[in-house]
Design a protein around this ligand. Structure first.
Ligand SMILES: Cc1ncc(COP(=O)(O)O)c(C=O)c1O
Length: 457
């Protein structure tokens, strides 16, 4: 069925960048204008107006075709409108859409829960709560942690991002504007420094001395926080991303997550692993925590879980299930269309060996970015795992002073040359293409990246 569908408006296949009108063109400008009139301000940064998308490409309202290294913020991990996912959802469209999975029963959400349980790390039996977004997953995770530990306080990390609802917002700390004017958020949340190897308050070079950095952070929490202002008897748990996403694609040293989990266990607390951005193959493993050898007992998921149909989930060790009915619920969780898309997405990742591809093409792309960094001093750091990659723009390589202005200029120049990218952190640009990116497409992207760096200096 999918082969009969036009990819671009003129019926061509979307296989290369094609900029016909300098973007934003007249049609795009009109939609941006109306969007500004009718929608509340959010976090928009580029005037890209998408009309159609397929695989790694997006066509805008003026017929320009872009290579998509942003995947709707790491959502379309198997590429836009993957034919298998599309066909499964199309079949489901004639069967059942919504039936309040929290209150009634149907097979599709059980299948999705099973597929997720079998793909997440940990050989223990797991249970799933379905939500509709990353923030809502974290809200549920917080309640599950409180119910399990019968404690109420949490420690999150500076640079962490966990959503923008008033509960999840309490944990979020990647940009101060996120909280501007919104206090009080959920009380009982403190923040610890994250072991950022590139820039950290301890002045440690975490690439050279990873263990020193992870120990310093763990000691800071244990010796300082737990002794002076978070009593262990109050500490329900930690919330942490395996690799910080919105904080700038920060990969902590290898041993950090094991040490954090040990600290949590010693204090009868839990670790909520927020895999909303790192999940479903983004890092070359099914879940980011697998790079660090930890098996989370509570894991938050969303974004790529259903290839663009809104869905989130919390996966818990079965002993973490709520002790009784009605402590938590929602209306749309486990929606039948989303559940089918979730199972299909997992099948595609496994069947098409997308983890191997993300690892292989990710290494190729990273090498290209490192070569670029060797030619341009403005790139201070190249980091990431799999196809979760970023470059950090600096004013000075020695001081590592962030250069957000240059990063923003890069984003615009990449866009004008047909590549969609997404800023992250203080001064980094992330590259998160679909996991089935080809080497040819990676090279296509690298060519634009270099052009955009040059045009921005
Ligand atoms: C790690 C992480 N957690 C939670 C969220 C919030 O997800 P949502 O925007 O779906 O609420 C995000 C979104 O970027 C995220 O990256």
């Amino acid at each position: 069925m999918i082969n009969m569908i036009k990819e671009t408006r003129s019926g061509e296949k979307m296989s290369k960048i094609s900029i016909k009108v300098t973007p934003p063109g007249p049609n795009a400008r009109k939609i941006v204008e109306e969007d500004t009139k009718y929608l509340v301000k959010t976090t928009k940064s580029l005037p890209i107006v998408a009309e159609r998308a397929r695989g790694a490409f997006v066509e805008d309202a003026d017929g320009n075709v872009y290579l998509d290294f942003s995947t709707g913020i790491s959502v379309t991990n198997v590429g836009h409108i993957h034919p298998y996912v599309r066909d499964r959802v199309a079949e489901q469209l004639d069967k059942l859409w919504h039936f309040a999975g929290t209150d009634y029963y149907y097979r599709e959400q059980v299948d999705a829960a099973k597929a997720i349980s079998e793909s997440t790390p940990g050989s223990f039996h797991k249970k799933v709560f379905f939500s509709n977004s990353g923030a809502e997953s974290n809200e549920a995770a917080i309640k599950l942690a409180k119910a399990h530990t019968k404690k109420q306080e949490f420690i999150a990390f500076i640079g962490g991002f966990h959503g923008r609802t008033q509960g999840a917002l309490a944990f979020t700390a990647s940009k101060s504007i996120q909280k501007k004017g919104f206090f009080p958020t959920m009380p009982g949340v403190e923040h610890a420094p994250f072991p950022n190897p590139y820039r950290n308050p301890f002045g440690i070079d975490g690439y050279e001395n990873p263990e020193e950095l992870e120990n310093r952070v763990i000691d800071y929490i244990e010796d300082y926080m737990l002794h002076t202002y978070v009593h262990p008897d109050n500490l329900a748990g930690f919330i942490v991303e395996p690799i910080q996403g919105e904080g700038g694609y920060i990969v902590p040293p290898k041993g950090f997550h094991t040490k954090l989990r040990k600290l949590a266990d010693e204090n009868n607390a839990v670790v909520i692993m927020d895999e909303v951005q790192t999940g479903f193959g983004r890092t070359g493993k099914f879940f980011g925590s697998e790079h660090f050898g930890v098996e989370p007992e509570i894991m938050s998921l969303a974004k790529s879980i259903a290839s663009g149909i809104p869905m989130g989930a919390v996966v818990v060790k079965d002993t973490f299930d709520f002790p009784e009915q009605s402590l938590h619920s929602n209306t749309f969780g486990g929606n039948a269309l989303a559940s089918v898309a979730c199972v299909a997405t997992i099948e595609v990742i496994k069947r098409e060996k997308l983890l191997d591809n993300a690892t292989k093409i990710g290494a190729h792309l990273k090498k290209g970015l490192q070569e670029l960094a060797s030619r341009y001093d403005a790139i201070g750091d190249v980091r990431g795992l799999g196809l979760m990659l970023a470059i950090d723009f600096v004013k000075d390589r020695k001081t590592k002073e962030p250069n957000a202005k240059l990063r923003d200029a890069f984003e615009l120049n990449a866009f004008r040359n047909g590549l969609l990218t997404l800023p992250t952190g203080l001064s980094a640009m992330r590259f998160i293409p679909p996991l089935n990116l080809t080497e040819e497409q990676a090279d296509m992207g690298l060519e634009v990246i270099e052009k955009a760096v040059r045009a921005s200096l």
